[in-house]
Design a protein around this ligand. Sequence first.
Ligand code: UTP
Length: 275
Amino acid sequence: MIRKCLFPAAGYGTRFLPATKATPKEMLPILTKPLIQYGVEEALEANMSHIAIVTGRGKRAIEDHFDISYELEQQIKGTSKEHYLTEIRALITQCTFSYTRQVEMKGLGHAILSGETLIGKESFGVILADDLCYNDGDGVLSQMVKVYEQYECSVVAIEEVPMDETQKYGVIAGHLIDETTDIYRVTDMVEKPAPQDAPSNMAIIGRYILTPDIFDILRETKPGRGGEIQITDALLEQAKKGKVVAYKFKGDRFDCGSVDGFVKATNYYYEKSEK
Ligand code: UTP
């Protein structure tokens, strides 16, 4: 059983400046909930109640969000506004939150390695909160847990993207091993390839289940594309041993790290809330 979910949340969020100058990108709200709260809800739905967050400088608002605010609670107690805090209170009761800092921003792979101290030697989920996923049935991480239970190796969530967008993603090559559930055995992975160099249009989105040997591999992984330690490079080492499967998830995903995706997600959730 996977109990822990890691949230790398140390990035600078430069695409959202100046909003992210003093506010973590993960705290930007879609309607009334910050992005990271949607992520924690998805993790809990997948039975991962140990929430491990990798933060950095200027990210304290995340810790305050997943804590009780006594003054506020007292202020609205017994008023018609109390229900606004019901969901976040339920999360705080059902989850435990632990934090560590990534001292230097050396990439997603490095952020995940910084989380080792919170994860230990067990398989774990990873959610990049700026990739917001919605599905009417099981959430994306829940779907991935089922895949992990079947294959007992690392799992990446993938989506087909237009060929001219491959340079925004890690892109996989693989062969289909289960047609009904859309699962591929990964044979190759390239970080942010130009369209002509991309092995396919199947892009990795911000959901992973990783086996704990990834930490030893990450320790040995040299900086790759952009001078950053890439999780894709570490996963490729596992893939070479046949130990990574890619799963085409069911649901919708919004890249809320970009203004365009953020606006689309806002409209989507607003329409849902109106129904
Ligand atoms: P992104 O590259 O999308 O996030 O990283 P960013 O760097 O915050 O945003 P931009 O590109 O400057 O606008 C994907 C995820 O990995 C985390 C980010 O917080 C985000 O959730 N990350 C990235 C880290 O935690 N540490 C890093 O060194 C890099």
